[in-house]
Design a protein around this ligand. Structure first.
Ligand code: ADP
Length: 180
């Protein structure tokens, strides 16, 4: 069976990963591609908050997303992952272990993420009420090897989304978008 493709969106909280991941998933669905969305926040919740946000726990949580993505890909299903994935170690493991892997760096400066702050996360972190927040007291290593970077601070949602779609159209990877 032909393998599916994993599109992995990495970036700070509030950078726009979930917004773009949902739109990409809808697009692929409408295009007739089998696709599963794995949103880090939702998976974390569904597995009962097993992991926290220290480096070690973030790596373990990413291992869970990776295993799920691989299994789905092996069964011909494309996967869109939205997860902060702040360390190159996580992203390198993805690259090495997921056969058809496309990494999207959802780039947005921390100042703009703090301004957006849809979950009040940064507000709590800046008051010292929340620890291990990526970009504040937890390192976010800038991705160096992403396949595509979208700059969500100066692009509209539609612009970032269309740039990713255009990129995918020109990629010949896995079974994704074969019907276009
Ligand atoms: P994350 O999943 O990275 O935590 P969300 O997608 O939940 O981020 O929230 C990002 C916010 O930024 C949304 O309110 C979204 O409308 C806004 N936003 C502004 N510009 C963009 C863009 N170019 N791409 C994605 N989101 C954007």
């Amino acid at each position: 069976m032909e393998q599916g493709t994993t599109i992995w969106l990495t970036g700070l909280s509030a950078s726009g990963k979930s917004t773009l991941a949902e739109k990409l998933t809808d697009f692929l669905n409408n295009n007739g591609d089998k696709v599963q969305l794995l949103d880090g926040d939702i998976v974390r919740d569904e597995i009962g908050g097993m992991f926290g946000y220290t480096r070690d726990e973030r790596i373990k949580a990413a291992n869970v997303y990776r295993v799920m993505a691989k299994l789905l890909n092996e069964n011909g299903i494309n996967v869109v992952v939205a997860a902060i994935s702040p360390y190159e170690e996580i992203r390198e493991a993805n690259r090495n272990r997921i056969q058809n892997y496309i990494e999207v760096y959802v780039n947005c400066p921390i100042e703009e993420c703090i301004r957006r702050d849809p979950k009040g996360l940064y507000n709590r972190a800046l008051k010292g009420k929340e620890k291990h927040v990526a970009g504040i007291d937890e390192k976010f290593e800038i991705p160096k090897n992403s396949d595509i970077v979208v700059n969500t601070f100066d692009e509209s949602v539609e612009e970032s989304y269309f740039r990713i779609i255009e990129f995918l159209k020109n990629e010949d990877i896995g079974i994704i978008m074969k019907n276009i």
